[in-house]
Design a protein around this ligand. Structure first.
Ligand code: SAM
Length: 356
């Protein structure tokens, strides 16, 4: 087939966009360095600085810091004042890049992207021969990156909004119930939720050892050891039936090797009158619904991480675009009688309530 005649304006616009993406890719790598070496945090107070002062404050090489600061200023990550050749971080930049406890904090994304970049050779092998890149090969940084990207959201939303959206389960947890979270990662959701319901007992399950160890430490530090148990076990192998008032699975079913068996096991773990809260990224059912900046992050993360970790285990490789329609059909197949999307507005998640 022959191409249409080249539209020069369109070609130039696309070339410009690729140029912007190229710069963005370099910015991500340098922002990762700024995050990991503590440079963002060193300037988070908003005081103006020269790169000489920054070198003194951080103990890092001034020449690199000068070039790095220029990149960050060009990217809009720092402000630059030409009058006295100083840089500074404004409040918004500080919230997004340096304040781990604000909902704006997104610097975990740099860490996630770089952890994925490191696996490109293995990923190319999987493109050639199938299979995938195992979760553990991404190293502890991916666990930390996911925790940093999501913890504030879970601390803000789950105990205060998502669980209260199911009032009778909320009441049970206030009085004293039992809750499990599968794919609990580093405990970014489980630990704050357990802290919010002091009369209830909590169980976390995850297949990844680094995540389980991190979650246990977090639970111990929060003083929850006597009512929080975290086990390294796959969701589909959890040895409980008809046990929990609530099972939670956030942003993880799509990563699993066997999501259908995991959902069936979750259905089995819940008490007959219990509930399942399940979140996935908020996407439309068709590819064409998701073709934009959010979609590219989602499909990109899926190709480089979510799907490949599932395929690496001989799994289904569901991918991270789970629409409401697909979630409902998977839940029905797993034996849930109902699955409804809760009327919760959220910048990332759609939240489903399942009943058996
Ligand atoms: C993207 S992370 C999400 C972690 C956390 N739920 C969150 O939303 O931040 C996916 C997690 O699912 C875990 N996981 C993958 N397959 C699993 C399985 N079969 N059973 C339990 N956990 C699993 C991974 O180890 C990882 O911690």
């Amino acid at each position: 087939m022959k191409h249409d005649v080249l539209d020069r304006k369109k070609a130039a616009a696309l070339a410009r966009q690729v140029g912007v993406d190229f710069g963005a890719a370099l910015t991500v790598a340098l922002a990762y360095i700024g995050d990991r070496l503590g440079i963002f945090k060193a300037v988070a107070d908003g005081a103006p600085f020269t790169t000489g002062q920054l070198a003194q404050r951080t103990g890092l090489n001034e020449r690199y810091l000068r070039e790095w600061s220029a990149t960050m200023a060009a990217a809009g990550y720092l402000d630059y004042c030409p009058r006295d050749a100083t840089f500074k971080m404004n409040s918004e930049q500080s919230a997004v890049l340096a304040s781990e406890d604000t909902t704006y904090f997104t610097a975990g994304g740099f860490q996630y992207a770089v952890a994925c970049y490191r696996q490109i050779p293995q990923l190319m092998e999987a493109f050639r021969n199938g299979g995938g890149v195992p979760f553990k090969d991404f190293g502890p940084e991916i666990v930390e990156a996911i925790e940093r990207l999501f913890h504030v959201g879970y601390e803000t939303w789950v105990a205060q909004e998502w669980i209260p959206a199911v009032p009778e389960i909320h009441q049970r947890l206030l009085a004293g119930g039992e809750v499990a979270e599968v794919g609990c990662g580093a405990g970014q959701c489980l630990v704050p939720v357990a802290a919010a319901f002091p009369n209830s007992r909590f169980f976390g399950f995850d297949v990844d050892r680094t995540s389980v160890e991190r979650a246990r430490n977090k639970g111990e530090k929060a003083g929850l050891a006597n009512r929080l148990v975290i086990d390294q076990v796959a969701a589909e192998r959890v040895p409980f039936r008809d046990r929990f008032d609530l099972v939670m699975a956030f942003n993880c079913i799509h990563d699993m090797a066997h999501p259908r068996s995991a959902l069936a096991a979750i259905q089995g773990m819940i008490k007959p009158d219990g509930a399942f809260l399940w979140s996935e990224a908020d996407v439309g059912p068709r590819l064409e619904d998701n073709l934009g900046p959010v979609g590219r992050t989602l499909y990109g993360a899926s190709t480089m991480h979510c799907m490949t970790v599932s395929l690496a285990q001989g799994g289904e490789g569901l991918g991270s675009a789970i629409s409401e329609e697909l979630a409902r059909s998977l839940a029905t197949e797993a034996g849930f009688v109902t699955l409804q999307r809760l009327p919760i507005k959220n910048p990332f998640h759609q939240v489903f309530l399942g009943r058996k």
